[in-house]
Design a protein around this ligand. Structure first.
Ligand SMILES: [Fe+2]
Length: 334
């Protein structure tokens, strides 16, 4: 089974390639209408079109496409998928997954998570486990470069957040921190050039993003990712747009401490804490994604509602003390 999105299929002539490879063959299913965020109402239509259990699922696309391939590889029906989504259980691997990423950012090509969205209950969550990780990854740098400048900027910012959060997380270790520092340096040196189409910069970003997928698998993200899962459905904004807005407050919140993991990260990059803070804020401006939660129509009256919806484990975040700390972080992001 080959999964891709309409824009990727159209931009890169995927259907033509697939038809040439599988000429006179009926042993494949080509689905090129995958939509962002993987809402259950859409995912169930994919299961309806599957009348066999694929030996291989090839996901060609951004995080949503690859996450859908990963999710279907561990659940043979929509009911089984929902069961895992709500009551994480031992996973069975039905299909091998080949990931062909087209954006440098999500790390979906190597991470252990597949993010999905229950659009009826308005809950975003992930299937997690080693079985979810793709079996094989192909990096095709021209595919990455076919994305628009805005998509590249947003995806690259997501990669940047994975560097910062997997580094500061309490689940981090020396290897994670080493990879995070290297990838963050890659983002600072290459993201803006990659957005402009510099193929060497695109290559470096693609590898940095893939390495951060491993970091996501072995460390964890922090409060911004937990909060994005709430504000995304609430404001109808993408993962990276939400993160860009949340980093307005997050960076202010964590850079107040002159010691701790964020200042360690700055030291590893040979910067002061305020220099690192300024560099991230400048990157947001240069990429044209300098959002705040206010830009998405939220205000102080929404904070209580957001706090009630936060789920997932916040305890790996060294800057999380109690819900008051989340409250302060949200206020700074407005
Ligand atoms: Fe992310």
């Amino acid at each position: 089974m080959i999964l891709t999105s309409p824009s990727i299929s159209r931009l890169n002539g995927i259907q033509k390639v697939v038809e040439e490879i599988f000429v006179n063959s009926d042993c494949f299913l080509f689905i090129d209408d995958v939509i962002a965020e993987n809402p259950f109402s859409y995912v169930s239509t994919v299961y309806e079109r599957m009348n066999f259990c694929p030996e291989y699922i090839i996901g060609i696309g951004g995080g949503s496409v690859i996450d859908l391939a990963k999710a279907i590889s561990v659940s043979s029906t929509i009911e089984e998928l929902q069961e895992i989504f709500y009551h994480s259980k031992t996973l069975k691997k039905y299909s091998n997954v080949i990931a062909i990423p087209t954006t440098f950012g999500t790390g979906a090509e190597t991470s252990y998570g597949a993010i999905l969205y229950d659009d009826e209950k308005k809950i975003k969550n992930g299937l997690r486990g080693v079985e979810v990780q793709p079996n094989l990854v192909y990096l095709d740098f021209d595919l990455y470069n076919s994305a628009s400048k805005r998509i590249k900027a947003l995806a690259g910012f997501d990669c940047m957040t994975h560097c910062v959060e997997t580094y500061v997380s309490l689940k981090s270790n020396d290897l994670i921190r080493y990879q995070a520092v290297k990838s963050l340096d890659t983002v600072f040196c290459n993201l803006e050039k990659a957005v402009e189409g510099d193929i060497n910069a695109v290559k470096k970003m693609a590898i940095g993003s893939m390495m951060m997928g491993f970091n996501l698998a072995f460390s964890s993200t922090c409060m911004p990712h937990r909060l994005q899962y709430v504000i995304g459905p609430l404001t109808n904004t993408s993962h990276s747009e939400g993160l860009a807005a949340l980093y307005k407050g997050w960076i202010q919140f964590i850079s107040k401490n002159k010691t701790g993991p964020f200042s360690d990260l700055a030291k590893d990059l040979r910067m002061s804490t305020s220099e690192l803070k300024n560099k991230i804020e400048r990157l947001k401006k240069n990429l044209g994604i300098d959002y705040s939660l206010t830009d998405f129509g939220l205000n102080t009256n929404d904070i209580e509602n957001i706090l009630q919806k936060v789920s997932g484990n916040l305890s790996a975040d060294p800057y999380y003390k109690d819900m008051d700390s989340v409250n302060e972080f949200i206020k700074l992001s407005l």
